[in-house]
Design a protein around this ligand. Structure first.
Ligand code: TYM
Length: 339
């Protein structure tokens, strides 16, 4: 098994990232230690330049996100942790896959449609070809499993399509260059929604900071954000079916369930019939209990620039080694001469 996943170092890590993806990274890392597999996790800094950005902020966020991942439990001694920019093979393979990926496939990507909106002509080429780089990220390492939130599933399906077409077009049937990766989406926290709008996903790019709980928030702020989350005046029902049409309430119950490691129905068995005046303080305490210690480690680590640089340099060296043979095989398959 080879587990590969990435996160964009834009803004700070939030509860959606943690419950939707990073917690699964750590679980899979711990499983791999027993099963002899390998995990590679990276900061998708090359993806981050597909949108307007401030270079100094990107540099700072890349280090800060590295500290956040380590604080969450990603262990650089057991997993390969690096940033894309230190591994040129990502960009190289993206170009090689660009001959296989089709315009029509890119046009169907919902993230492209959402981010570009009505102004497609004004977007960067990188925003359009973003999913090809994401395919390169995982195919370079022969990833078998890719832990992500629901919103990234479509990009992973595209990576499979690109791999399959490349293998069909350029490889002998018994010697494919690429492995088809499997997305792993946590059922209990596939899509954590905004605290201000239960129909929009919790996101780093939401202009309202009250919409998300950041790992960097102090416990009082976390608690305040939960207590101010948008809800409705009804008490909680006794099962999940009763939350139909109540997206904000469903989101808070789902967050509770994911943090407590129980089902949403089990949460409602406990809180059914109660109002948010009771439920929100309980949820706020739970958020602080789980994220508080992670935040503490994060605050300590993020100032240690030397250690963070060393972690990324060591991870990148290892990633370059692991990705080398696949990159070479892709050049060869395409008939490109490379000494
Ligand atoms: P990014 O940086 O937006 O998010 C990182 C991870 O967090 C998950 N996530 C969520 N899960 C549940 N609820 C939410 N509200 C929520 N918001 C974010 C995302 O699904 C993701 O798993 N394109 C990717 C980064 C990337 C990547 C890759 C991922 C680049 N190359 C290769 C996997 C494999 C992105 O922008 O994720």
């Amino acid at each position: 098994m080879r587990v590969v996943s990435g996160i964009q170092p834009t803004g700070s890590l939030h509860l959606g990232n943690y419950l939707g993806a990073i917690r699964n990274w750590v679980r899979m890392q711990d499983e791999m230690a027993q099963d002899g597999g390998q995990c590679l996790f990276f900061l998708a800094d090359l993806h981050a330049i597909s949108m307007p950005h401030v270079p100094a902020d990107l540099r700072a966020s890349t280090l800060e996100m590295t500290a956040a991942l380590v604080a969450c439990g990603v262990d650089p001694a057991r997993s390969v942790l690096f940033n894309q920019a230190q591994v040129p093979a990502h960009a190289e393979l993206q170009w090689l896959l660009g001959g296989t990926a089709r315009m029509g496939w890119m046009n169907r990507m919902t993230q492209w449609k959402d981010k570009a909106g009505k102004n497609r002509e004004g977007q960067s080429v990188a925003l359009f070809t973003y999913p090809v780089l994401q395919a390169a990220d995982v195919l370079l390492y022969q990833a078998t499993h890719v832990p992500v939130g629901e919103d990234q599933k479509q990009h992973l399906e595209l990576a499979r399509d690109i791999a399959q077409k490349f293998n069909n077009d350029f490889c002998a049937a018994d010697a494919p260059v690429f492995t088809l990766p499997e997305p792993i989406v946590p059922p209990e926290a596939a899509r954590i929604m905004s605290l201000r709008d239960g129909s929009a996903k919790m996101s780093k790019s939401d202009p309202s900071d009250m919409s998300r709980i950041n790992l960097a928030d102090d416990p009082d702020t976390m608690s305040k954000k939960v207590k101010k989350a948008k809800t409705d005046p009804e008490p909680l029902p006794s099962d999940v079916a009763g939350l139909e049409g109540r997206a904000d309430a469903l989101n808070l119950v789902s967050i509770y369930a994911a943090l407590a490691g129980i089902s949403a129905d089990a949460v409602l068995t406990q809180y059914g019939g109660q109002g948010f005046g009771v439920f929100k303080p309980a949820l706020a305490d739970l958020v602080v209990d789980v994220l508080g210690p992670i935040r503490q480690r994060f605050v300590e680590l993020k100032e240690d620039r030397e250690s963070l640089d060393a972690i990324l340099a060591r991870g990148a060296a290892r990633a370059r080694e692991i990705g080398g043979p696949t990159l070479k095989a892709a050049y060869d398959a395409l008939g490109l001469i490379r000494g």
